[in-house]
Design a protein around this ligand. Sequence first.
Ligand SMILES: [Fe+2]
Ligand SMILES: [Fe+2]
Length: 280
Amino acid sequence: MNGDDTSLHADTGVTSGLFVERSLNEIRFWARIMKEHSLFLRLGFRAEDTQLIQEANQFYRLFEQIEQTAHSFNNQTDPEQIRRFNSEVQQAATNIFAFKRKVLGLILTCKLPGANNFPLLVDHTSREANYFRKRLIELNEGKLQALPDAIIKENVFFLRIMADHAKFIGHLLDPSERKLVDVARDFSNDFDQLLYQAKDLESMRPQSQTGPLLDQFLDQNRVSVSSLRDFKKTARDLIEQCKIKSIIHPLLADHVFREADRFLEIIDMFDAHLTGGSKS
Ligand SMILES: [Fe+2]
Ligand SMILES: [Fe+2]
């Protein structure tokens, strides 16, 4: 692994208390997200796509069940039971990933003319499923990435997610909402830039993984993520109050807001580890 000689991380593995807590936290967040993806996909299918609609409904129920089970457990639950639950959920995430890629294939070969899911949105939701799946594998294997690696990889993943969100919002707003469409486009450009910066830092690993560079990287990303999060919150409220014209489902507006909030929490967590753990 690159950069672990900088020792900014705790490489002791995951203790069982932390293992249960982290697992439940990931599953509660992402199972709800997967459930909502099933709904968004279903809404974008045509009335005659009954098979796809049925499959999407099945995933909705599956992830709803997973969400409920995750809430029925707590931090005192037997780690062995959580380990088994993680594997089950990981299988479900793998299956919804495959479903999303199948749908993407159908769209890109023009088999679903007139359907309303953007290819990039389907690809995006499949990347989120894959992220969830990989996180569960990591937890069960008890492997923690070295902090400098984790910081760069998570940011590369989430910055692209944020850039996509800005693009979706821009394209799902009514074209007559010119001012808001402009704001969304500015966010899209801002996050595309941040993503390229993150990739540059990634290609300069491990030399780029110094405390000051990583610290500045997190601070800069935080500024943009927090203003995007606020914009999404405003958009969500305006949509709920029926004050703007769009084809954005109110739940989608809330969904992308929650994902930005999650990214901010991750940035703050990294920042705390970086400043708390940097002895070098
Ligand atoms: Fe999502
Ligand atoms: Fe997303």
